[in-house]
Design a protein around this ligand. Structure first.
Ligand code: URA
Length: 431
């Protein structure tokens, strides 16, 4: 088989066989296919598309390209959750402990943040002492003992995806629904859970800007999951507003603690309860209605918060920070971002908020960048709120004075104001 023939085949919009896809995935992973040929093939696929069968095969081949987690030693239905990426999305820190407190084993591997979107691994690492990297035996043992482990993705989880995603990132082929679906699902399948809940974000801070695109991505991923025998469901949730008030690693941990204590941003609480109830539903804990009650109860009786404490202790973190979040050392520069106009906040460009936080130090532009775990912002006003000129919309946290002006310039473009109250935002579009 020759790569050139497979490039031509995709260029001419033909469908590739499983053997041909295996030749490409294996050859690119082991380095025998060079970047320029893989780039040409990916672009041909981006332009001409992939059949459902090709997408499923590509996913499985990428999942099989490295270690596949075997979670069979853990009793119960293991449920994983994946968000397609957003701004201020700290839901894993909340729904993981809720689901575990309700008896669902959580074996969660999370990624790092890149660009305007954050990553759970970075957030957890902002807890002093927290060890995000764990060997397989310890990982399994911890889940058997306390029902949950929150770790970073191992290097050898779907290495084909790692290489292909990095190449797609620099050749303009990220925004392909079959390629995104294959990329996400290859990692989820390799991570070994029995059931997968997908949180597909829609809106100006997400990969998917329209409901139609998001629905197509959700359908493609659900089909792949079902095809390989994993119970899979998807929710479409709003990313036209940041999720909660905090954006930035340590700030988001503090906000998650608030939610687990039953306080804080109502939208974030609602999304977490719905996500958790779907996870419980996938684990056969009852109807969606019963599962939502169970999730609510886990917050009210403190068992979800206690689960977070347990996971922090088990992974070497200093639990006194969870018990008293005021202990987190704040960034040296904390300044208000104030409204330049008066009116109702009628639009928030969530992506610009994410980029502003990235500039303040909370995120990475390139994979090798080092983040400032204290940096970010906390919204004081949100979509639909009325603000007077000069009133504080958000509080900015940074360690670098020179980041303030560029971040503020972006925020000036991120908020629009109107004379009348804007339409209410829908939090969860479709399940
Ligand atoms: N997230 C992924 O893991 N892969 C993609 O292709 C896009 C988002």
């Amino acid at each position: 088989m020759r790569m050139i023939d497979l490039i031509v085949k995709k260029r001419d919009a033909q469908t590739l066989t499983t053997e041909e896809l295996a030749f490409i995935v294996n050859g690119y992973t082991d380095g025998s296919i060079p970047d320029y040929q893989m780039a040409a093939w990916l672009m041909a696929g981006y332009l001409n598309g992939f059949s459902a069968k090709e997408t499923a095969n590509l996913t499985l081949l990428m999942a099989q390209s490295g270690n596949q987690m075997n979670l069979s030693k853990i009793n119960g239905i293991k449920v994983d959750k994946h968000s397609t990426g957003g701004v201020g999305d700290k839901t894993t820190l909340i729904v993981g402990p809720i689901a575990a407190a309700c008896g669902v084993p959580i074996a969660k591997m999370s990624g790092r943040g890149l660009g305007h979107t954050g990553g759970t691994a970075d957030k957890l690492e902002s807890i002093p002492g927290y060890q995000i990297v764990m060997g397989m035996q310890d990982f399994l043992k911890q889940i058997q003992q306390i029902g949950i482990a929150l770790v970073s993705q191992t290097d050898n989880l779907a290495p084909a995806d790692k290489k292909i995603y990095a190449l797609r990132d620099v050749i303009g082929t990220v925004e392909s629904i079959p390629l995104i679906a294959a990329s996400i699902m290859s990692k989820k399948i390799a991570a070994g859970a029995d059931a997968i809940l997908l949180d597909v974000k829609v809106g100006n801070g997400a990969f998917m800007q329209t409901l139609q695109q998001a629905q197509e991505l959700a359908n493609t991923m659900v089909q792949i999951g079902e095809k390989v025998g994993r119970k899979t469901m998807a929710l479409l949730t709003n990313m036209d507003i940041p999720l909660g008030n905090a954006i930035g690693n340590q700030l988001e941990v503090i906000e998650s603690i608030e939610i687990l204590k039953g306080r804080g941003n109502k939208n974030l609480m609602e999304i977490c309860l719905v996500l958790a109830s779907y996870m419980l539903y996938l684990a056969d804990k009852g109807s969606l209605e019963i599962c939502k009650k169970l999730a609510q109860q886990a917050i009210e009786d403190g068992s979800a918060f206690e689960k977070l404490r347990q996971v922090v202790i088990a992974q070497g973190g200093d639990v006194s920070y969870i018990d008293d979040p005021k202990k987190f050392q704040q960034a040296p520069i904390i300044v208000p971002y104030t409204a330049k106009k008066e009116g109702y906040i009628s639009k928030i460009d969530t992506k610009k908020c994410g980029i502003a936080c990235c500039i303040l130090g909370a995120g990475r532009e390139r994979k090798e960048d080092i983040i400032d775990e204290k940096a970010g912002m906390v919204l004081q006003k949100n979509y639909g709120d009325y603000v007077k000129q000069g009133e504080t919309i958000a509080v900015l946290h940074t360690s670098k004075q020179q980041t303030l002006n560029p971040a503020i310039d972006l925020l000036d473009d991120a908020f629009l104001f109107s004379e009348c109250p804007p339409e209410k935002q829908i939090l969860i579009y479709r399940s």
